[in-house]
Design a binder for this molecule. Structure first.
Ligand SMILES: Nc1ncnc2c1ncn2[C@@H]1O[C@H](COP(=O)(O)OP(=O)(O)O)[C@@H](O)[C@H]1O
Ligand SMILES: [Mg+2]
Length: 354
């Protein structure tokens, strides 16, 4: 049987560029070599695509900018998908499937998925629509609400409203303090702040608007942070539930990736009926956004009330050493190799069918 060629995209024009590199190194080393041939493609911060053709394991620790040849995915179906460009000539590489290990904008948001769909290359994970909807927290919340999935109260604000901060303060009064302010489209807590009063709220909005023209302001939830992984095609399954415990006041970028005192507990020490409720909610959110392949859905378990509140869904969850997506499936008895194999299989199957 000939091997399937998997183009793994990583890096990217996103604030989560570094996280993507960490995730991709784990994905690349987990794709079973007896079945697949891996083509790592590094996307630089300024958006150049560099295809690396040597042994995949050699890119670990390599100076990524210096390796690789230019490549593109052509939306023109007659071009043959992924093309390498050498000496001004473009030649098809024959990628059977693309595995985007890109977090955040320009990768997890449907842009790359749409490009691959035009090029006729199956993509691992969610398609263009569900990726876009899941990336934008304002849209995700709307869809979750329409599907009866509980979420903390929130308000959407746009950058051009900053001329009328009194108006924003009026609209957000019902949320009270503290509240959380986040760019609608970002990830890894980049641009997220907790605001304890009016002045902090305006400063937090200014910070969020550095990353996006749209922000969401949410009532703060006091409680535990629980996460559930989803995997599958038409009949997805939900993993055991995990808990993240932040070393900082909230789970900000440093607490996620640089603070050894942040911890993940798998499985979370919660009653079985709550775990079941969270698994059902994760599948409901996945279905609501029309998800496919994979996602990690994040929730709060509210202190006092015991309510499960949806926070966000990540369609390209982290695969770093501290990431929960692979750890939750490991708990369910699925190794990282099996996980990658299944994800690629689901994408190929969907490519044949849709
Ligand atoms: N409404 C909220 N109440 C309490 N904590 C929150 C709230 N929203 C976000 N947080 C904290 O901020 C972190 C990052 O916010 P999140 O919505 O998950 O954005 P990101 O996409 O950047 O991960 C969460 O993991 C949590 O610690
Ligand atoms: Mg999050």
């Amino acid at each position: 049987m000939s091997k399937t060629t998997v183009a793994v995209l990583f890096g990217g024009r996103s604030t989560e560029h570094e996280v993507s590199i960490m995730s991709a190194m784990n994905v690349i080393s987990s794709i079973p070599p007896e079945k697949y041939y891996v083509l790592p493609i590094y996307i630089t911060r300024d958006g150049r695509w560099l295809l690396y053709e040597g042994a995949a394991e050699n890119i670990r620790g390599a100076s990524l900018e210096k390796i690789g040849v230019n490549c593109i995915v052509s939306p023109d179906l007659s071009h043959g998908g992924l093309l390498r460009i050498v000496g001004g000539k473009a030649r098809p590489v024959g990628a059977d499937v693309v595995f985007p290990v890109l977090h955040g904008k320009n990768g997890e948001d449907g842009t790359v998925q749409g490009l691959c769909e035009l090029a006729g290359i199956p993509v691992v994970g969610c398609g263009a629509l569900s990726s876009a909807v899941s990336m934008d927290k304002a849209f995700t919340n709307l869809i979750a609400k329409a599907s009866g999935i509980a979420h903390t109260p929130y308000v959407v604000a746009h950058r051009n409203e900053m001329g009328d901060t009194a108006g924003i303060l009026r609209r957000t009064r019902k949320l009270g303090y503290p509240c959380f302010v986040k760019p609608a489209n970002a990830g890894s807590s980049v641009g997220v702040s907790k605001a304890g009063g009016k002045r902090e709220l305006i400063a937090a909005l200014e910070k969020a608007f550095e990353h996006d023209r749209k922000a969401i302001i949410e009532k703060a939830v006091a409680g535990r942070e629980l996460e559930c992984a989803v995997l599958g095609g038409d009949e997805p399954s939900a993993s055991p539930v995990g808990e993240v415990i932040s070393a900082a006041e909230f789970y900000d970028y440093d607490a996620k990736y640089h603070n050894d005192e942040s911890r993940a507990i798998v499985p979370a020490d919660i009653p079985e009926d709550k775990a079941e409720e969270i698994r059902a909610a994760a599948l409901a959110v996945f279905a609501a956004v029309d998800g496919s392949g994979m996602a990690r859905a994040d929730f709060f378990l509210e202190e006092g009330t015991g309510r499960v509140l949806f926070n966000e869904i990540n369609t390209i969850p982290g695969f770093t050493a501290v990431s929960l997506y692979p750890a939750l499936w490991r708990e369910a008895g699925i190794t990282r190799e099996e996980l990658c194999d299944r994800l690629i299989g689901i994408a190929l199957e969907r490519g044949r069918r849709d």
